[in-house]
Design a protein around this ligand. Structure first.
Ligand SMILES: [Zn+2]
Length: 335
């Protein structure tokens, strides 16, 4: 009736990244009784997934050819599903589930509503969220960049609000295509999710990945999308937010130059700006961030997504990949 492939967690370093995907096969003979008065089935009866904080899981539902819409809910976040076609295989649906870097470890339900015209039924998956061991960084910054005065605090709040408003509007179409591109080639610092102690005070964890690259190096869009907002903000400096559709955004901060405008359509690999050190940065680098249906995930998990030739594979892929920097303390660029 159904198969779930599960990635078990070997002990791996905090900087390793593992992409965990699972494929759930549902036969097309889903019991008709589900549409009538059968009691609710127990949680997780349709399969199980697991991943670490900050990872992206690929949830695949096959055998729902007649469905008109699939929509998931995970920890109060909405997970849209999109249709996927592969030659010689039945059509299926795919949802990208982001585990936020601060989701508490534990087991949660991913409930998926399958609509077929007027009828609807629920699928239920267990998602095991495992703890990621994030780095702890001690940063020394000029006092005024850490302890904001009243005016700067007001500015920061207004900027947050502006971004929130801009991102409330998102493309209901999936704009991205199979392959994601690294926005700039450089030294990946491996500090996604790191706990930050600035001038001795605990601050918000680092919600993206920093890539060390020379001042003025080209920064490209990781995939197709629409530029939702360009900014010049107190922390992020000159930045670009790209909407890839279905609640999926990427962000590019601290640019020296922004080469796109709000509303521009961009394609994967298109130059959108230049590396800089604007905002709260101690040296030229790109801060690359991702928000996936509200979850802050490791941007490098996009490069590992198994979407070659426009489609996801029909089996689990899990490849822990070591990264260059085992010790974030040695990394000089921040924010
Ligand atoms: Zn950063």
């Amino acid at each position: 009736m159904m198969t779930a492939l599960k990635q078990t967690h070997a002990r791996i370093s905090r900087l390793d990244r593992t992409l965990i995907t699972a494929v759930v096969l549902l036969s097309s003979v889903f019991p008709v009784e589900l549409f009538s008065n059968t009691p609710p089935a127990p949680m997780g009866h349709d399969g199980q997934y697991s991943g670490k904080q900050g990872q992206v899981l690929v949830v695949k539902v096959k055998g729902e050819e007649q469905a008109t819409e699939l929509k998931g809910t995970f920890l109060s976040r909405t997970i849209p599903f999109f249709r996927e076609f592969r030659p010689g295989e039945p059509a299926g649906y795919i949802g990208l589930l982001g585990i936020d870097m601060q989701d508490e470890p534990g087991t949660y339900e991913l409930a998926v509503e399958v609509k077929q015209g007027e009828q609807a039924k629920q699928l239920s998956f267990n998602v095991l969220v495992a703890k990621e061991r994030f780095a702890v960084e001690h940063l020394k910054l000029p006092k005024e960049k850490v302890d904001l005065d009243e005016k700067s605090t007001a500015r920061w709040k207004a900027e947050q609000q502006l971004v929130q408003q801009a991102l409330a509007e998102n493309s209901r179409l999936k704009l991205w295509r199979s392959n994601f591109v690294e926005p700039v080639s450089g030294k990946r610092t491996g500090i996604f999710g790191s706990v930050r102690i600035m001038n001795g005070q605990a601050r918000n964890p680092h919600n993206g990945e920093d890539i060390g690259a020379p001042m003025g190096a080209d920064v490209v869009a990781t995939n197709d999308g629409i530029v939702r907002i360009t900014v010049d903000h107190i922390f992020s400096g000159k930045g670009v937010f790209i909407d890839h559709g279905l609640g999926f955004y990427t962000m590019y901060f601290h640019l020296s130059e922004v080469l796109v405008k709000d509303g521009d359509l961009v394609t994967a690999g298109q130059i959108i700006g230049k590396v800089g050190a604007t905002g709260r940065a101690t040296g030229p680098h790109l801060h690359w961030g991702v928000k996936l249906n509200g979850a802050r995930v490791n941007p490098y998990s996009l490069l590992d997504l198994p979407f070659k030739n426009g489609a996801a594979p029909s089996a689990t892929v899990a490849t822990p990949t070591p990264v260059a920097t085992p010790n974030s303390q040695a990394v000089p660029i921040k924010e």
